[in-house]
Design a protein around this ligand. Structure first.
Ligand code: 5RP
Length: 273
């Protein structure tokens, strides 16, 4: 791997622990003003100091993140469908490599839709993006998207999807956690990170998901809703970090969350009076 590529990846997956916490706030690209991400700057700003990298679109990057805050950016460069449209898999590359370079991004992210109507287009887009990324030393994160079919999150499907992403040259793959996740990890020759998916019933469940994924071999998370839809997002991202980087157990991380949320609540109350 070339120096630039290695250096960029090391900004996402920290060499000190071999793991990373990526904060996902790209949801608006097909969901519009997602709950608790209605005003992106307000959601993102307090979480920035605790994320190793930030995944988002160029529109939210330019409007809602200060350029002088040194956080590595993972730029979503695919899109073209909305939640009320006909087919979520109908995506293309929406952002040029030139603009990504202008934005000084650390990695490029694109969804693939294995088994969906536009499978072919999404895979060819991944190949094209990897070609461009290789040319400029910018890693590509492939997202194994499932659209509205949440039931697709099983070992068989995710193994297929992750492996195809790696075969196409993705440098990092984001997927979902599932039972027997270690089998998905073993069959994918590049590092895997997990999405949180829709908000779980409580923070404990999201911490358990994080812990199980790390134990099974994921190198980190690319988590969104289970962090910023929590009533205590700063406490939550800190607890997730503790599992990812400090090998906390679920109980230790949950205790930490409970301790931190008291301070977060007091800070909220102080600013609202
Ligand atoms: C949407 C995405 C999201 O970034 C991804 O799903 C992570 O966010 P969450 O933890 O909320 O699922 O790629 O296509």
């Amino acid at each position: 791997m070339d120096w630039g590529m290695k250096n960029r990846l090391a900004r996402i997956i920290k060499p000190e622990t071999g793991r990373g916490v990526m904060l996902a706030v790209d949801h608006g690209y097909f969901l519009g003003p997602t709950e608790r991400l209605e005003v992106p700057r307000k959601t993102i700003q307090p979480l920035l100091p605790y994320a190793d990298s930030l995944m988002l679109t160029r529109g939210v990057l330019r409007t809602s993140v200060d350029a002088n805050f040194p956080i590595p950016i993972v730029l979503r460069v695919s899109g073209g469908s909305s939640i009320i449209g006909k087919d979520l898999s109908n995506e293309k590359i929406t952002t040029s490599i030139k603009d990504a370079i202008r934005l000084n991004v650390t990695a490029l992210a694109l969804s693939i839709f294995v088994g969906a109507r536009y499978e072919h287009e999404s895979l060819v887009s991944l190949a094209k993006l990897v070609n461009e990324g290789e040319e400029y030393g910018i890693p590509v994160l492939a997202v194994t998207a499932i659209g509205k079919e949440l039931e697709k999150r099983d070992e068989r499907y995710l193994s297929l999807s992750c492996r195809i992403a790696a075969e196409f040259g993705a440098h990092l793959v984001k997927t979902y956690y599932c039972e027997n996740f270690e089998k998905v990890v073993n069959k994918c020759p590049v590092p895997l990170i997990i999405a949180g998916g829709p908000k779980l019933e409580n923070e404990h469940d999201a911490l358990q998901l994080t812990y199980d994924a790390i134990q099974a071999g994921a190198v980190g998370v690319d988590m969104g809703r289970n962090i910023w839809q929590s009533d205590y997002p700063v406490s939550m991202i800190k607890a997730v970090r503790a599992i990812v980087h400090e090998n906390h157990t679920v109980k230790e991380a949950h205790d930490l969350f409970n301790k931190l949320k008291t301070t977060e609540q007091s800070a909220k109350t102080a600013t609202s009076v």
